[in-house]
Design a protein around this ligand. Sequence first.
Ligand SMILES: [Zn+2]
Length: 321
Amino acid sequence: MKYLFLLLISISYIFANAHIFVYHRFADDRYPSANTTIKELTKQFEYFKANDYEVVPLTKILDKLEKKEKIPSKWVALTIDDAYKSFYENGLEIFKKYNYPFSLYVYVEASHKGYGDFMTWKQIKESSKYGEIGLHSYSHHRLQQFSHDALILDTKKAYDLFEKNTGIKPITYAYPYGEYNKEVKETLKNNFAFKAILNQNTGSITAKTDQFDIPRIALVGKVNIKHKLKYKTFDAQWIAPLVFPKDGILKNVHVNVDKKYKQLKLYITGEGWRDVPVVNGVVNIKLNTYLKRARTRLILGPDVFTISNNIINKVKIKKRK
Ligand SMILES: [Zn+2]
């Protein structure tokens, strides 16, 4: 009996999966591919409420990750990228109504130069009474296209202007377009005092999640929130591909997984899902697939909700400034 209890505890520990979502625009039907209507937002918030999900500040999840403690599956954190005016004008009041905290990621150049669609520093400061605020770069470039020095310059500029105008030191960073690679991650992690960096890969947060590689699920348009909450992280170590193939032809997928699996599902952008065999904890398949998209997502898992993501981007490196 005692062992059964311990087994159940450890299973619930392994399978604890909190979720972090990312929104962009609110009640702004000019941009359907980035928009969430108030009706839809309310529907999602009602679902959280009716099903006992606890919407927590992101830092509460980060504290658990730091202590390597179990993160309750019923925890949800909400984030908003770009700091569009439509959040301040339409979205914020709903967050306030439900008393749901959020993390707002500021595209610093847009707010600082007063681009029409973006929140002013004053509005950002006002919003910070109800949520956390963090960095979303200075220039909103694709970070992989920056040289090492240019990335540091962009981030330093964003950091300094953010602190000067809000009085707050940003402790979290969200990648523009959710795009990054290992070098980008290491540069931000090693040169700035961020507690966390957030991507935009579908997945969940477990005690094993890397604080500098936090998955977020995008919520845009009409979504089935119940399905989004089903996503779980699948433990996998990607060996190949790690970069976009130079000739655009994907020749090999190589991933280490738990030995208990005999077969898994693999997704490749433009190709869809296929079943792949697992031999002694290794997926190693030869392919000859031309990748049509500059941004290709590979997903591996035992089912479509239990997944490990691997995104490879075709990158043109800009000249050093
Ligand atoms: Zn953005």
